[in-house]
Design a binder for this molecule. Structure first.
Ligand code: BV8
Ligand code: ZN
Length: 238
């Protein structure tokens, strides 16, 4: 299996990688739907919504502040490093992620297509100004805009919100055109991101999945490598 995956990686002309929270798990970042994915008995679907933020911006910001603080002591792992190394060798590799943790950037990946935004970006709900903010802990919760004192929100995509214009289109185009899709560490339940997998298949690409367990797309992929991303991915370039 792994030998075949290595061969497909070598042979691919237009490779694309799609990652989810599972690639950051070995860095110690809790996934959404696995153990530890809960926070104070809340679920991501409860807090990562515009309604929750409108109702209680302080509570939602406490969740993001907690996640930003827990990301401070975290390093990219061998899975992130593999993708950065692969991109260095093959600049044509397109990396699409659902993660907001910024670990692909820190591992050295370039032009990462962040479908769900970036936890280190904040946007003013009044004047719309978007800035990078790496304060953890935040010195005021909820934080306010330096320009207009308006309420700031995390620069991420919540449930019910559309994906960043341009980013989604570039991801779709890359997947429509790819001959290999490497899907790593995603439960494939969040759309439209999860739809990229059947889309790659329908455009004739080979699809390799790396995950600890079966997912809803495992039945449609060409190769399903079960195990830890940090252990399997480095084997693919050996
Ligand atoms: C939109 C950012 C419309 C915030 C996130 C009913 C049916 C179908 C769809 C819907 C529906 N009702 C609503 C929808 C749409 C909804 C959706 O898909 N809901 C789901 C829950 C059913 N989607 C949306 O709302 C999207 N927007 O559709 O807009 C629209 C269109 C036009 C105009 C206006 C509106 C927006 C979705 C984005 C939500 N934001 N995050 C934040 O992070 O705080 S989603 C959140 O889930 C994260 O981004 C995360 O990345 C994403 C997906 O989760 P995964 O990454 O897959 O992580 P998970 O924990 O689930 O799984 C981890 C996997 O790793 C597991 O498989 C595990 O086995 C594996 N693993 C663990 N350890 C390892 C490992 N694998 C390898 N190695 C390991 N060591
Ligand atoms: Zn403002």
């Amino acid at each position: 299996m792994i030998e075949k995956a290595r061969e497909w990686i070598r042979e691919s002309r237009r490779p694309v990688a799609l990652t989810g929270a599972g690639i950051s798990a070995e860095s110690g970042v809790p996934t959404f739907r696995g153990a530890g994915g809960l926070w104070r008995q809340f679920r991501a679907e409860d807090l990562a919504t515009p309604q929750a933020f409108h109702r209680d911006p302080k509570l939602v910001w406490e969740w993001y502040d907690f996640r930003r603080q827990s990301l401070k002591g975290v390093e990219p792992n061998a899975g992130h490093t593999f993708l950065a190394r692969w991109q260095m060798r093959r600049p044509e590799v397109v990396l699409i992620t659902q993660n907001v943790d910024g670990l692909h950037d820190r591992a050295g990946s370039r032009n990462v297509l962040k479908l769900h935004g970036d936890i280190w970006m904040v946007r003013c709900t009044v004047c719309g100004r978007e800035t990078r903010n790496e304060e953890a802990p935040l010195d005021e919760i909820p934080p306010s805009c330096a320009d207009c004192t308006g309420l700031l929100r995390p620069g991420v995509v919540w449930f019910g919100e559309s994906l960043p214009p341009g980013v989604w289109e570039r991801a779709e185009d890359a997947v429509d055109d790819c001959d290999l899709l490497l899907v790593v560490g995603t439960s494939a339940v969040v759309y439209p991101a999860a739809g990229l997998v059947p889309s790659a298949k329908s455009h004739g690409a080979r699809v390799i999945e790396v995950n600890l367990e079966e997912t809803p797309v495992s039945g449609t992929v060409d190769l399903s490598l079960l195990g830890k991303a940090g252990e399997i991915l480095p084997e693919l370039l050996r």
